[in-house]
Design a protein around this ligand. Sequence first.
Ligand code: GLN
Ligand code: ZN
Length: 767
Amino acid sequence: MAPASHIVGYSRIGAKRELKFAQEAYWNKKTSAADLEKTGKELRLALWKQLKDQGLDLIPSNTFTFYDHVLDVTCMVGALPERYGWTNGEVDLDTFFAMARGNAQQPAMEMTKWFDTNYHYIVPELAPTTKFALSSTKAIREYLEAREIGIDTLPVLVGPVTYLLLSKASKDAPKAFDRLSLLPALLKVYQEVASELQKAGAQWIQFDEPILVTDVDAPVLDALKTAYAAIGAALAGGKTQILIETYFDSVNENAFQTLVNIPEVSAVGIDLQQKPRNLETLRKHGLPAGKTLFAGVVDGRNVWANDLNASLEVLQELEAKIGKGNVVVSTSCSLLHTPVDLDEETALDAELRSWLAFAKQKVSEVVVLSDALAGNKDVQKFGDNGKVLAGRRASERVVNENVRKAVSALTENDGRRATPVKERLAAQQAVLKLPLLPTTTIGSFPQTPEIRRVRREVKSGKISEADYTTAIKAEIEKVIRLQEELGLDVLVHGEPERNDMVEYFGEQLRGFAFTLNGWVQSYGSRCVKPPIIFGDVSRPSAMTSAWSAYAQSLTSAPVKGMLTGPVTVLNWSFVRDDQPRSETCLQLALAIRDEVLDLERAGITIIQIDEAALREKLPLHRSEWQTYLDWSVGSFRITASGVKDTTQIHTHMCYSQFNDIMPAIVAMDADVISIESSRSDERLLAVFHSGGVKYPAGIGPGVYDIHSPRVPDNAEISARARKMLEVLDANQLWVNPDCGLKTRKYDEVVPALASMVTAAKEVRAEL
Ligand code: GLN
Ligand code: ZN
């Protein structure tokens, strides 16, 4: 029987983050490599058995990794940067971790976000001189490992074209280096792996080519044809079939046509979740005869229970077009991006839980849908699902009429400050009387074990609210006094009451739910637990103003209020799928706008609204950028536009690629922006001063890197500031670190800030 159900991939961390604890124990030398390998094997075997028990036909292998699946490919093809000292043979665990995390001799390789997700991969470094040779047989070993327990899996590899296009040129590569020029050499290794997998018995090999959901051009499509012709040739005569997976967005029509017409490719995976363009393309063109569609109808990026009836309708329509037996039910992308198991969520109420599905539950949805498509519809399950979804739509917990009214009453004026930025800055300066090159920080101060303990203990009821408040106030006072001693110009309260910049606000807003165990891998052993926005968002009461007002009462220097912006809250949460993201963002904007006004009323004259995550959710297709930027910047402006001219609005962004979104950054209309720049070239600043347009407001490009324990000296910082003054005006430049200090220790922060203040004074005296 032809397979009918499939998933693109699965979370590797385990339902209780077993992988994280095993990795960290090994890194801290508490356990041996054999212990780590043992946990890895247990996790893999348990997952394969689980998927088999759930009735899934095509069970993936090689989706497990001890760090990152792109780094796995780097090992597979032997493209290790020389500086890690590896020469040949199977790449060993410690070399692997040296690349992932750095070691005493070498820093780690660069890490960056995997498309528009919060998963980070290790960026391959390639040059024309890169030599490829099969150097990790992990994919084959995992396939055989599953065979041993009688499970015939579908090995998964990042495809060669995506691999090359996600790489960066290594330092010694010439400027004109074309990464695709490495394809022929790279393909030799892919051919070897494919043929080994075929020999081992694999029926299918899945190649992930998510690069196809970006705007790819003709050379990329040619590379795609070349790649799969070569891999197909290595498999010729055998029975192993090639599946190419695309996910995260829609495939442009030309890319789609190329992809489905590659003769060696038997099947293609298409993301059908909220990607209407993909469905339209399939409706229009179907698939060439003999090809199979892996229809990604179950959402791998979000936590909601699937609308089974709607999905079945789509599947039946596609099957009618493409042919019986040619449609395999699948997920929209790997389940790496969803939490593992809803059954662990014992604290969620039954109603809310019934609306959700995590990875394990999504597998069941895939199976139920594939049975139904084959004519064995579980009428009971479909009926129950319909009722649950109808209940969700009608639930009073979801709809808040007041919020909806407030959103629809918004006018253009609500997103516009009355006075242009230049005049505002003058009005603010008249009140604030700051020196040139004012010094400040991004918000958080080190989160000490005591602070974490106090927060934990108030949550568990071990200490009273009153004791908690006393402890936090004492910490705020300590941080204020420290900043006064250091001589900073604009102070912060230090954020000791916050566990996380999104969770802290989510916990105080209506419409949010939290999980106990809803962890999703971010990178390596680091997992995040995004809140779930399930209903209309509202703010029952002020969230931060009491702490900020207390901090301000302690000092005559201005204390900056600190908020997380609407776009960042949205982008770092699981969001509802029953209304556009832009609508949810407006609701968040209104809630945070009220908080801004409360801060202003409490006497706070500088308010920073962090938008750390605005850039990372730029759509994968450029044609959709403007729409996204319009509503995201629009939401930010709503939060910021209710204040008086004399209230100074800051924003902070922890990234430095601004060149392509500069107009949107200007359109945010903040009075001061602080950005990361200490790790990247100062040339980025030129962006703020390019094409005859000059950034009109204040800028604080981080003068030192808080991501490292290194303490900079004042000469280094003043040299930086002088460089910045080559492109920025003296009355525009702020001096600050490049992000919050919460992950650092006081014995690093105190000398670093002291250097910073000294450097600012030094440069100020030269002006
Ligand atoms: N205000 C936050 C802090 O200082 C900003 C964090 C961030 O940009 N990621 O921690
Ligand atoms: Zn930051």
